[in-house]
Design a protein around this ligand. Sequence first.
Ligand code: ATP
Length: 149
Amino acid sequence: MAPMRLEIITAERRVYSDDVDLVVAPGLEGQLGILPHHAPLMSSLQPGELIIRKDGEETYLAVSGGFLEVLDNQVTVLADAAERSDEIDEERAQAAMERASEGMAGRGAEIELEQVAVAMRRAQIRLNVVRRRRARADMRGAVGGPGAG
Ligand code: ATP
């Protein structure tokens, strides 16, 4: 199948821009799987993992919510924050997770707790994306397959 264009941008930078075969994004009401020539669509995104398939290889990104639009065989993701698995600083995500855990234990005001829970979710997603990448790299090492992002 002919590919479709994917652009992932934040206020700060262009995170990803390429022709791809499949996008799976964390829609507000569940996973959105988008193949080429998808019907026009607009959806909010929740914080989660975004998976890209291109030439049989999968790339994983952490996204912190935003919007997704499909129009004319192009998928545009406007994300609050987004990082490819190879860009994620695992120690930073781990530190954010620990701060959030301490914040939870401190039992502050309700509004603070909500912010802490959201920060914890962002950190958890980043850690999941990094660990998934590492697990796949280990698996490839074991079978001697090709590398991917
Ligand atoms: P932290 O508490 O570590 O700043 P955060 O969840 O509050 O994490 P965000 O507000 O979601 O951070 O993102 C701020 C900027 O930092 C964004 O550009 C985001 O891509 C980047 N960022 C956040 N955490 C990481 C990380 N672990 N690795 C790489 N980039 C990150």
